[in-house]
Design a protein around this ligand. Structure first.
Ligand code: ADP
Ligand code: MG
Length: 368
């Protein structure tokens, strides 16, 4: 038996819950820290510490209780994370996540690795945006440098007039502007890398976002960029240190160019299908990777379709949720249902994705 008995997880959202479930299946104890009393991972953790991520003493307590620590929450304070990584066993380390916390640093690191990113610039004023648009043309999208997710803190601007009417809070935060791409598709590549550097790739995922929130994922992607995406991932791995699973989000434009959008150094919504569709889930691979275990080659056993269940979808689907023959239902257990909140997801294994999409559409009409 391994000497590691307790896995500590910083962050008890749905990612923490599914990580905890994998870890428990493998026989480990799980300790989780999250500020929220109804954190989804709480119900599947042996120990739960309900404290804010900014509470250094509480994080130290989690580390003291654990033999290895992992995190699903990306925005841990740099000073605290550096302290923890210096004193405890945190294979993911601090450096990569701290780089990725900041969009400018993230984009610079990706670009410096030789991978392709959409043209972007740091901006401090509307004038800077105008000057960017004079080179790259509208539309553009302005994003906060830190703390944004699911499209929060983003401003779509399609003309100079539109720019005049949005009020970007330049005094409160740092921003970048980037060219808004006329997307043919979005795809993502989930990669597992263990502490010894062994790397495995999940099948390329095709993602549709609505209102900047992931609406659905299909595998395999209809767009055959697995190899090109893997080459981009290799460049990024040369430049940035990764342990665990991470996901690279890509844009494909109308001219079939592939761009790296962003990187999540943790399990990712677009790879949830792997729980049923692959020989190992992204959560199993993450646990094995942080423990330094051998990683099995990933096989897609069957094509799959994953739909997120937002609060409004759950309300719409109601009693039908558990009545469908082929739905693998995951409900995270958040007590408060908000229309745009990710409450769960459904995975359907199917040989005919377009037919399954057709069958599912009426249940998710609230999202379109
Ligand atoms: P978040 O951190 O909120 O996930 P992203 O940068 O990934 O932020 O943006 C969320 C979604 O918004 C993307 O998946 C995509 O659908 C859309 N989007 C963001 N930036 C662009 C862009 N430059 N061009 C086209 N669509 C974009
Ligand atoms: Mg994103």
């Amino acid at each position: 038996m391994s000497s590691i008995k307790t896995i500590g997880i910083i962050g008890g959202g749905q990612l923490g819950k599914m990580l905890a479930m994998s870890a428990q299946q493998m026989g480990f104890r799980v300790a989780t820290l999250d500020p929220s009393a109804d954190a989804p991972a709480r119900s599947v953790s042996h120990t739960f510490i309900q404290e804010p991520f900014s509470d250094k003493d509480a994080l130290i307590e989690l580390c003291e209780q654990s033999d290895v620590i992992t995190y699903e929450f990306e925005n841990i304070d740099g000073e605290i994370l550096n302290h923890l990584t210096a004193h405890y066993h945190i294979p993911q380390g601090a450096e990569t996540v701290l780089t990725l916390q900041n969009r400018t640093a993230e984009k610079a690191a990706i670009k410096n690795s030789g991978a392709t990113v959409v043209p972007y610039e740091s901006v401090q004023s509307n004038k800077d945006i105008e000057s960017f648009a004079s080179t790259h043309d509208y539309p553009v999208i302005v994003k906060t440098d830190s703390g944004g997710y699911d499209g929060k803190g983003q401003y779509f601007i399609d003309s100079e007039e539109a720019l005049q009417s949005v009020n970007i809070p330049f005094d409160d935060a740092d921003f970048i502007v980037e060219k808004y791409i006329d997307l043919k598709a979005e795809v993502s590549l989930t990669v597992g890398r263990n502490t010894k550097g062994q790397t495995v790739f999940f099948p390329l995922q095709e993602n549709l976002h609505i209102d900047q929130i992931l609406y659905r994922t299909t595998v395999p992607s209809r767009f055959n960029y697995q190899e090109q995406a893997s080459i981009e991932a290799e460049k990024i791995m040369e430049a940035l240190h990764f342990v665990g699973v991470f996901t690279i989000e890509f844009f494909i434009d109308q001219n079939d160019n592939l761009y790296v959008n962003e990187i999540a150094p943790r399990p990712h919504n677009s790879a949830h299908h792997s729980i049923e569709s692959c020989n190992y889930s992204q959560f199993d691979i993450h646990i094995r990777a942080v423990l330094g275990k051998k990683l099995p080659e990933i096989e897609l056993r069957t094509p799959a379709l994953m739909m997120n269940l937002l609060g409004k979808d759950l309300t719409n689907i109601g009693e039908n949720l558990y009545n469908q023959d082929n739905w693998h239902v995951h409900v995270y257990g958040k007590t408060e249902n908000k229309p745009e909140r990710k409450m769960g997801h459904v995975t359907v294994l199917t040989q005919d994705i377009s037919r399954s999409l057709h069958e599912l559409r009426p249940f998710f009409k609230s999202a379109t």
